[in-house]
Design a protein around this ligand. Structure first.
Ligand code: ZN
Length: 397
């Protein structure tokens, strides 16, 4: 409902309730003169109208509230010392979680990203937090687990909120016997136990969107089609010898079964981005699992085109389990103005989708869709309260 409809709604309420209140007001004022009664009655109804109207409006945010509301983007990557990303985030009232990721390039590459993250955190302590990662390189060495644990311990001492594992586990990295290492491998148990003991979070980008196992022309969203066209090595449709989509999700599920107390954020909608029904099943099964929306809003748009009410019901039912995130990144190469425009446009479009019921378009999907217009309290959870709860970001703020 837009503002005009909200006013009509209030007016209808007023008209429907008027006889009841007229009667009540008449009884309490029976000693007054007629003119006094009319005066009191009018004041009463005007205030009723105003309060009904403002209550209805205050249940929902508008597009104009965008910059006023505190928001956290829980999945971004800054690998540069420049402040362009943070400057725009501050303007748009966003705080950030900068996530380090193991792209199978060794511990030096992890440390380099981590240093960029910690530098940003030191300079913008109220606006950015860091999630660390660890390198899988050296997996077969006898001291790999111990070395990895010391690195994670150092990250936690320096304030990292958690640790990310990436899809190289399960899809790329092979041990000395040539076997793919899956995320439920017993060798990872001590690491996940340590994260649990330290009350930190494991963020898991495990597997890929289901589209990855489909031919390009059957993919649901344009951004996946573009990505897998550019990265054929990750396009599993072309690699039938590698584990299936179902096997990737099953390995993740087995890891969660082994670690019931581990707080887990399933990045990219837990790789169940194609179906809110499937996602709901996992959230029901694993109470310590939440999900971020990073780079999968297109799949939310796609499902909204198919069945908006189902998607809206999902976000309301699981309002405590969803973290707003984009996967926006800055490695210093893009023109700063262009980057800031991209950040602002992406964040604002998502805000419009969640808070209004506008008919919208996006380059990710080919049909129009309607915003979810979620209640304020749901929006507040998805946009910041859940990040503070699940990731313990910005304690004391
Ligand atoms: Zn990412």
């Amino acid at each position: 409902m837009n503002r005009f409809n909200t006013s009509i709604f209030s007016l209808l309420n007023f008209i429907c309730l008027a006889p009841y209140f007229l009667n009540a007001q008449f009884k309490t004022d029976y000693m007054s003169t007629m003119s006094n009664r009319n005066f009191h009655g009018s004041v009463f109804f005007i205030s009723l109208l105003i309060s009904a109207s403002s209550n209805a409006q205050s249940d929902y945010y508008t597009l104009d509230d965008y910059a006023k509301v505190d928001k956290i983007d829980t999945h971004i990557h800054i690998t540069t010392h420049r402040d362009a990303f943070l400057e725009q985030a501050k303007k748009d009232n966003f705080k950030l979680l900068n996530i380090v990721v193991d792209l199978s390039k060794g511990p030096e590459f992890i440390e380099e990203q981590y240093e960029y993250g910690m530098d940003q955190k030191t300079r913008h302590p109220d606006n950015l937090e860091v999630a660390s990662s660890f390198s899988i390189k050296g997996w077969d060495d006898s001291d790999w687990v111990d070395n990895t644990l010391s690195w994670i311990e150092k990250s936690f001492k320096e304030g990292a909120v958690g640790v990310k594992v990436w899809k190289n586990i399960g899809m790329v990295f092979r041990d000395k016997n040539g076997e793919l290492v899956m995320v439920d491998d017993p060798k990872l148990d001590r690491i996940f136990n340590y994260i649990t003991e330290q009350n930190k979070v494991l963020i898991g980008h495990l597997g890929e969107p289901k589209n990855c196992w489909l031919p390009l022309d059957e993919m649901s969203v344009n951004n996946d089609r573009d990505y897998f066209e550019e990265h054929p090595q990750y396009h599993m449709y072309k690699h039938p010898e590698l584990p299936s989509y179902e096997e990737q999700v099953a390995a993740r599920d087995r890891m969660l079964e082994k670690n019931p107390d581990l707080v887990f954020v399933g990045a990219h909608m837990g790789s169940l981005e194609w179906s809110v029904d499937e996602l709901a099943k996992r959230l029901d099964k694993f109470p310590n699992m939440s999900i971020d929306l990073a780079a999968r809003i297109g799949q939310v748009f796609f499902q909204t085109i198919e069945d908006r009410e189902k998607v809206r019901d999902f976000f309301i039912k699981y309002q405590d389990r969803v973290l707003y995130a984009t996967d926006l990144a800055d490695n210093g190469s893009m023109d700063a103005d262009e980057l800031q425009k991209q950040l602002h446009d992406t964040w604002l479009l998502d805000w419009q989708f969640f808070v209004t019921d506008d008919v919208m378009t996006s380059d990710r999907v080919n049909e129009k869709f309607k915003g979810l217009k979620l209640p304020k309290e749901v929006v507040d959870k998805i946009y910041s309260k859940n990040a503070r709860k699940w990731l313990k970001m910005f304690p004391g703020q």
